[in-house]
Design a protein around this ligand. Structure first.
Ligand SMILES: [Zn+2]
Length: 287
């Protein structure tokens, strides 16, 4: 029996382990296919839609935040890679926006603390795309917070003064672009995105915009999700059937030293990867 995990992060975004470490780890947990879905970026060493590294089948992907009707949701792009010029440009543009946003967040943090943080210190601990945990780590190093959670509570959660929202692109624009690049789009963790009462309408809209898949095998444990929003994989599967969407799934593992070390907790039967590849072939024929 072959298993896959189609949602993982590495040090290319906010994961704590390198791709090599993650692949060795996957293998030891009986997972022979993974998708690397770092936030707002493409892993620099993946230049093919699918490649084999140390006997693990690796699908290149990305997890990108988009806006739809005022809600922010994450879409997973599969089979996009560093060889796609248009997609590379998009992630490079998001990278620049994140740099500017981080500079502003550092300025705001400095208004709140006695010591001083420099943007370069945050940049130096990031392998690639700059995300809030990088700033959080510097705050911990400087003794301004006890741990990452503390840094969020005091400084960088969305309710805090130092938080600067990130401008994101619209869902339709991203779905079109992923298709133009020959990629397939899945809605990430549907049960932790938007209020349940709005979900069916938003999903219908995403389907009209060309959504291919839904992450209906997701590891939800460890997230604090409000009652108003949360629903589990069972309902997500019903939505998949209703809209004829391919099912994707994964652990959303962020690494062995993170508080979301979930590799192996959600293993997907390889048959789902076959379905995803079928959809990929269709997308490539259509574009
Ligand atoms: Zn993720």
């Amino acid at each position: 029996m072959k298993f896959a995990d189609l949602h993982l992060h590495t040090t290319a975004s906010d994961g704590y382990d390198t791709l090599d470490t993650r692949l060795r780890d996957a293998k030891s947990k009986g997972i022979s296919c993974v998708a690397v879905t770092d936030h707002d970026t493409l892993h620099p060493s993946l230049d093919q839609p699918v490649q084999y590294i140390e006997d693990v089948e690796v699908i290149s992907g990305s997890e990108i935040e988009v806006e739809i009707e005022g809600f922010k949701i994450d879409l997973l792009a599969y089979f996009v890679h560093r060889g796609d010029n248009e997609f590379s440009e998009l992630v490079d543009d998001i990278y620049e926006r994140r740099v500017e946003r981080m500079k502003e967040m550092v300025d705001r943090v400095n208004e709140m603390i006695d010591s001083r943080i420099f943007f370069e210190e945050v940049r130096d601990i990031a392998d690639n795309v700059l995300v809030r945990p990088h700033l959080g780590k510097v705050l911990v190093e400087k003794g301004e917070a006890e741990d990452l959670d503390g840094a969020y509570d005091k400084f960088i959660s969305s309710e805090n003064h130092a938080y600067v929202p990130l401008d994101v692109i619209g869902s339709e624009e991203l779905i079109d672009m992923i298709h133009r690049c020959g990629g397939v789009v899945s809605l990430a963790h549907p049960g932790r995105s938007i209020p349940k009462k709005d979900f069916p309408r938003i999903l219908g809209k995403l389907v009209d915009q060309g959504l291919d898949a839904i992450e209906a095998e997701y590891y939800y444990r460890g997230f604090d999700i409000s009652e108003e929003i949360f629903f589990g994989n069972y309902l997500a599967r019903k939505y998949a059937l209703e809209h004829n969407l391919v099912i994707t799934g994964g652990s959303d593992c962020h690494g062995s030293s993170s508080d979301h070390y979930t590799l192996g907790k959600k293993r997907l039967f390889y048959g789902y990867v076959r379905e995803l590849k079928k959809r990929w072939e269709e997308v490539k024929e259509e574009t």
